[in-house]
Ligand binder design. Structure first.
Ligand SMILES: Cc1cc2nc3c(=O)[nH]c(=O)nc-3n(C[C@H](O)[C@H](O)[C@H](O)COP(=O)(O)OP(=O)(O)OC[C@H]3O[C@@H](n4cnc5c(N)ncnc54)[C@H](O)[C@@H]3O)c2cc1C
Length: 497
């Protein structure tokens, strides 16, 4: 039988794309009036974008989002298979990527910034506990609302305790801790998608980053995203926000118009932008907090443990009367980071004990402008005034005691064995800085109202770590995401009214 076939057409895209996420040019964004313009694409900016796209799909509303950084990696660094073992660390902790501010901020020398699409969530540790209820009770937000928004945040970030549950080393050490008084110790909650890949549904993007917010948002509606686009000035007319000036990396200025602006540039950059724009507010930049951080690495014999140890991740959470948390990580110095290769069978391993302590919110700890140093865009650099209080130092002493007791517990020693030597992290190096635009009812002691809106300015919101009113002793990002979703909902309500 004779067959004749036509030639199949070579598939080609109608609108070929040069980047892994659709980008908009600032020239085009300048010609659009946005319902909402978001500044910053980290945890807070990504969460606000996702929620707005979720609620506005099919409405024709216009959303723009810009980031000062570029396209660094398209996912959390631990999802990139070439960055196995220490290679991810060598790449992301390159001071040109995770920029160290030490020399310029002598009172906060461990501070780091990451300018890139996704912000610091590209390399965060994904540890996602809620704030202790005793902490939340001091905030001006009803507990049941926090509970609702925490649940939403945990769902979208895929927070789970199953990352380390069932692993032999975690279960054995948990049992030892429980037997020695650490009754609240549990598997660490992590933002990791543990859903099995099956039936063609791929779940390879396991570790959560803000890029996942963008992926979800793209499925909901289109929005304009510009990278290497830095907001340098916020425009306010008669108490209403009207837009911003953004600059390209070449230094060209663009006036972007928007009815609402959501600032999510980070604890350092959001107050910097507000102060440089002359936005009034006595609390802006003040009440900087972080977590004190105490650490040790101890040897642990795993003789008699099952051959496949699994990953170690335990959280002894902060609670009322316990102003610190304790994390136990391992095996090895790279903690629970993903292992793409089999670990060698060893009888001795290292285990890391890391404690984060609550730091008081004090007016005098602050981010301010350094008018003597300006960046490429002509914006003053930041300066930080920061110190720990006596109360903060008391918490550090409690943390040290807890680490020592936990060390004995996990080694299975009942008496005081050899005590580990502890090191106190440089202030700022915990990456949990927050509070510089804190939420509250009183404009004298808070920058934004309980929904994240700048006191006295219609349409101007903040949705990053800077809004956290107190530091608690819980890693901040889950709370920031929950609050950013709540701020987006409030903004939607305000637009209806
Ligand atoms: C190594 C590491 C480990 C961490 N581990 C954890 C953890 O386990 N758990 C946890 O809860 N947290 C952790 N964190 C902290 C977490 O990453 C931050 O809490 C979170 O990313 C803060 O979100 P954000 O939106 O405030 O800021 P960021 O994520 O820093 O995002 C800010 C974004 O704004 C952009 N930007 C800044 N200024 C401007 C401007 N003027 N114009 C336009 N764009 C601008 C930046 O480029 C950046 O993309 C970790 C951080 C690091 C670095």
């Amino acid at each position: 039988m004779n067959h004749s076939f036509s030639t199949c057409p070579l598939p080609l895209p109608v609108t070929p794309q040069d980047t892994w996420i659709p980008l908009a040019a600032l020239e085009r964004m300048e010609r659009t009036r946005y319902d909402v313009l978001i500044i910053g694409t980290g945890a807070g900016g990504g969460a606000a974008l996702w929620r707005l796209c979720n609620q506005w799909r099919g409405t024709g509303r216009k959303i723009g989002i810009i980031d000062a950084g570029g396209l660094l990696i398209p996912s959390h660094v631990w999802n990139v298979p070439t960055l196995n073992r220490g290679r991810w660390f060598d790449y992301m902790y390159n001071p040109r990527i995770l920029r160290t501010l030490g020399l310029t901020l002598p009172e906060f020398p461990g501070a780091r910034q990451l300018f890139a699409l996704g912000g610091k969530t590209l390399t965060w540790g994904a540890v996602s506990p809620r704030m202790p209820v005793s902490e939340l009770l001091q905030w001006s937000i009803p507990l049941r609302e926090m509970d609702f928004y925490y649940s939403l945040a945990e769902k979208v970030m895929k927070v789970t305790q199953t990352y380390t549950s069932g692993s032999a080393i975690t279960q054995i050490l948990l049992k030892r801790l429980w037997q020695n008084g650490f009754v609240d110790a549990r598997e660490i909650p992590m933002a990791v998608d543990m859903t099995a890949t099956q039936y063609g549904e791929v779940h390879s993007n396991a570790f959560f980053s803000s890029i996942s917010f963008f992926a979800e948002a793209l499925n909901l509606m289109s929005f304009d995203l510009a990278v290497e686009a830095r907001a340098v000035q916020i425009h306010v007319e008669k108490g209403n926000v009207s837009g911003i000036t953004a600059m390209s990396k070449e230094g060209k200025a663009y006036a972007l118009e928007a009815e609402n602006i959501v600032l999510a540039g980070s604890t350092f950059e959001t107050p910097r932008l507000l102060l440089h724009s002359g936005i009034p507010g006595p609390a802006i930049g003040h009440y900087l907090t972080n977590h004190t951080s105490l650490m040790t690495v101890i040897p642990l014999s795993v003789k008699g443990f099952p051959e496949v140890l699994g990953t170690l991740g335990i959280l002894y959470p902060a609670l009322e009367g316990r102003p610190f948390q304790l994390q136990i990580q391992g095996p090895g110095t790279f903690a629970w980071y993903p292992q793409y290769e089999e670990k060698p069978v060893r009888e001795d391993w290292e285990v890391r004990l890391l404690s984060f302590g609550r730091v008081e919110s004090r007016f005098e700890n602050r981010v301010m402008l350094d008018e003597n140093r300006k960046d490429f865009y002509g914006v003053p650099e930041i300066q930080v005034q920061f110190s720990y209080s006596d109360k903060d130092r008391e918490v550090i002493a409690l943390m040290a005691d807890s680490i020592r007791k936990a060390t004995n517990a996990i080694r299975g020693e009942t008496d005081e064995g050899s005590l580990p030597s502890l090191c106190l992290a440089l202030s700022g190096s915990d990456n949990h800085e927050s509070g510089t635009c804190r939420i509250g009812n009183d404009p004298l002691t808070s920058a934004v109202n309980p929904f994240g809106q700048l006191h006295g300015i219609r349409g101007l919101y903040v949705s990053d770590n800077s809004v956290l009113p107190t530091s608690g002793a819980a890693n901040p990002t889950l709370t920031t995401v929950a609050l950013a979703i709540r701020t987006a909902d409030y903004l939607l309500e305000m637009m209806k009214g």
